[in-house]
Design a protein around this ligand. Sequence first.
Ligand code: PMP
Length: 295
Amino acid sequence: YYGSNTTVFLDGQWLKASEASASLYSQSMHYGSGVFEGIRAYDVDGTPSVFKAEAHYERLLSSAAVMHMPFDYSVDQLTALTYELLERNQLTDAYIRPLIYLGENMGLGPVDQSHLFLCAWEWGRYLGDKSLNVMVSSYERPNPRSVPVAAKVTGHYTNSILATTEAKRKGFDEALLLDENGSVAEGSGANFFFEHDKVLYTPPLGNILPGITRETVMDIARELGYEVVEAYFPPEKVKGTDGAFFTGTAVEVAGIRLLDGNPFRLPWEETIGYQVAKVYQNLVRKPSKTQLVNT
Ligand code: PMP
């Protein structure tokens, strides 16, 4: 993630990654009370273009507010810092990780000091390019009455780590997690869609992270003329349908081959997901030149 020349931003300063440090008494370190984002920049004619920076930083600010964290950077300031970070590291295609973590407190009450850390590195598609072998996880997504699941909170990712570890140990590529009612929710770090008879289905907001890629993909699919339905469905309804895929900033649009060993009916290349994935690549890499749908 970093080398000897990597520059990061920490609390108003540009530092070498190897020289940036944080307190071991940070409340977020012990109890998972940080908030973060995952953002991508794409090389557009040799310069970086940050995809949907505003939406990501609005979600970061809202995550911080939900967690009662003091934080006074604006979306514009954060966006400008992101471009400066890329410039200083001479990155064009990059993954950007903003993290807000709280100051020292070994108690569980509010903390009046927060820290902002920004770093970036080159990162290929998180789940790779091949169609995925997915298991329905034995772990449920956190209950929205227990924690604010729409906020991107570091502590929520213990759930994602457990589900991913279980899946990998059992020989799968990724996990699909259900909500507290047994309906499909999302992947460990991505939203979920399946398709049947030319209609796309995805779980509604409520038990999932409101993914920015999810929104983009719904827009693309509708522009392509497909119906997109937000609904709750059990995993049994998904198995053996025409196709399925995950969406996320890190995974982009990632096709699924098998769910609990059950194949989807169509080859990935014949699915709506495949078409959407192609348009998504056009959109992020040529944002000003292409229409949303480039037919
Ligand atoms: N769900 C979870 C749990 C995630 O971690 C992510 C990645 N941020 C997503 C969905 C997809 O969100 P986005 O498209 O905004 O990256």
